[in-house]
Design a protein around this ligand. Structure first.
Ligand code: SF4
Length: 386
């Protein structure tokens, strides 16, 4: 099945790709709450058991969705957290978004709150996709990361219940040093659950996620090769998050196959990355609104650029200096700025910021050495010399 890079798809990719996502994001992540009953080791939100009294009210959440309808192209909305199920009004949020013509997806935490009845109510409200996190191929691996025994089994039960309710399913997996060897077994496991998308996240050290849990840059290339292989033989789509260099990898594979005259292989590579899905990144096709209304380029790039409802989300996305610079790969510095793949990749802006403090600098987790960067001797200046 086809493979992409970056957010959940099936929403009008072509016009967005043409304008570089300057006018509208493809996907908006709305952090409905930071409350959650799990204590995941890599939680971006540093979730906590109780809801923050300052989170957007039910009326505020509905107003946020109304505001998103002001984009020229209405985005896909992903309700995230914490755990969105900790909000008693979550079904109304879904139905309000649907009534405004928005595609609404959701990423609940795998707890007892996700009952079959709750899933049926969400399906009736018009939810277009449910995403469940599975971070290991077995309970020992997954539950250790999630901090709650039984979480793995609960995730599988939710997948089965949601499928029975007719909800399209996505599985999110965060790759780290402790689970990278389990990815083939996990790909096998997921084949039995009727999912439409496997979204593979690559660790960005924000929130509770630790930098030393990242895999090595060379290991990314091995994982990319695995994902490209899996994408061709599975019933579900495979995509990456915070690994835009997967697009570079796929393009290189395609080019090598063409050089070897392997027409069939080249065709196969084309099929794993539709052109329309190329080029999203933090702040470029992606927007994040936090539980109290803070507007950021993504959940993994915690640089506030405004606050809803004081500031217009549409205006911040289209005109804020940081958002504009994140969409201008010619303005990037270091290796990514010199790279010939910068417009379709650009590196994870979130990881660049988390590890270097410069959101426009190089993504330290890319193994590729651009010829222009080597020719200019910049690799020596940046301390990556021979
Ligand atoms: S150097 Fe930067 S832009 Fe080039 S492939 Fe690597 S991450 Fe992408």
């Amino acid at each position: 099945m086809i493979s992409t890079a970056e957010p959940a798809l099936s929403v009008r990719p072509q016009p967005q790709a043409r304008d570089g996502f300057d006018a509208s994001p493809l996907v908006v992540f709305y952090e409905t709450t930071q409350a959650c009953d799990l204590v995941c080791a890599h939680c971006r939100a540093c979730a906590q058991p109780k809801r923050n009294p300052d989170e957007l009210t039910p009326a505020g959440a509905r107003a946020l969705l109304d505001e998103l309808c002001g984009f020229p192209e209405p985005p896909l909305v992903v309700l995230t957290g914490g755990d969105p199920m900790k909000r008693p009004d979550i079904h109304e949020i879904v139905s309000h978004g649907v009534s405004r013509g928005l595609s609404m997806a959701m990423t609940p935490s795998a707890t007892k709150l996700v009952t079959r009845d709750a899933l049926m109510t969400l399906a009736d409200a018009g939810l277009s996709r449910l995403a469940v996190s599975i971070d290991g191929a077995n309970a020992a691996s997954h539950d250790t990361l999630r901090g709650v025994p039984g979480s793995f089994q609960r995730s599988l039960e939710i997948l089965a219940d949601a499928r029975a309710c007719g909800l399209p399913l996505q599985v999110n997996t965060t790759v780290h040093r402790g689970n990278v060897d389990e990815l083939p077994a996990l790909a096998d496991l997921l084949d039995g659950y009727g999912i439409v998308l496997w979204s593979v996240f690559f660790l960005v050290p924000v929130g509770r996620a630790l930098a030393d849990r990242r895999i090595e840059p060379d290991r990314y290339e091995e994982v990319f090769a695995l994902l490209a292989r899996e994408a061709r033989r599975r019933s579900y789509v495979v995509k990456t998050t915070e690994a835009p260099h997967y697009r570079r990898f796929v393009m290189q594979q395609r080019k090598r196959a063409r050089r070897r005259g392997e027409a069939a292989a080249a065709h196969g590579q084309t099929s794993v990355m539709p052109v329309g899905m190329m080029g999203t990144n933090d702040g470029k096709g992606v927007l994040f609104v936090g539980h109290t209304g803070l507007i950021q380029p993504s959940g993994f790039l915690p640089l506030p650029c405004g606050r809803f409802p004081r500031d217009s989300i549409v205006d911040v996305y289209q005109n804020h200096a940081l958002f504009r610079s994140l969409r201008d790969s010619d303005g990037f510095s270091g290796k990514c700025g010199a790279c010939e793949f910068r417009s379709i990749c650009g590196g994870s802006r979130a990881r660049a910021f988390a590890l270097t403090g410069d959101a426009l600098g190089s993504d330290p987790d890319c193994a590729y050495q651009p010829p222009a960067w080597l020719r200019a001797g910049l690799h020596v200046a940046e301390g990556a010399g021979d």
